[in-house]
Design a protein around this ligand. Structure first.
Ligand code: THU
Length: 135
């Protein structure tokens, strides 16, 4: 993905972040997943009074894309208001890795810091469907 594409994805993640529902942590996160269909699927964190029920921005974006019929992705941007760039949690790394270790993960904050790694770099030796087939 070229520089311009990454910046566009970060802007979309910032927009999505504005809709975050995070009354418990106060930590609003936005994500934007770029489909190979050229569309951008946005997500934000949605928390819950039963804390573990809450969902992260990345998995919210992934659900948005899958329910829209898109399963192939070039990259995802994640943005929060943090001192460092916002990294995806382990559960989101696993959820995204289902769709390929090639996915670029563009991690950013509101101060303009950006760091990009592939999913394979963020989650090496991921558990995948191959482990579920015996013999
Ligand atoms: N969160 C995300 O949505 N994405 C991340 O990459 C890190 C954490 C959310 C989960 C929870 O709603 C809040 O941020 C604090 O952990």
């Amino acid at each position: 993905m070229e520089e311009q594409g990454a910046l566009r994805l970060i802007e979309a993640a910032k927009e999505a972040r504005l809709n975050a529902y995070a009354p418990y942590s106060g930590f609003a996160v936005g994500a934007a997943l770029l489909g190979e269909d050229g569309r951008i699927y946005r997500g934000c964190n949605v928390e819950n009074a039963v804390y573990p029920v809450g969902v992260c921005a990345e998995r919210s974006a992934l659900a948005h894309a899958v329910q829209s019929g898109c399963r192939r992705y070039a990259g995802i941007a994640v943005v929060a208001d943090a001192d460092d760039v916002c990294v995806p949690c382990g559960m989101c790394r696993q959820a995204l890795s289902e769709f390929g270790s090639h996915i670029k993960v563009i991690m950013a904050n509101l101060r303009g810091d950006v760091h990009t790694l592939t999913l394979g770099e963020l989650l090496p030796q991921a558990f995948d469907a191959g482990y579920l087939t015996k013999g």
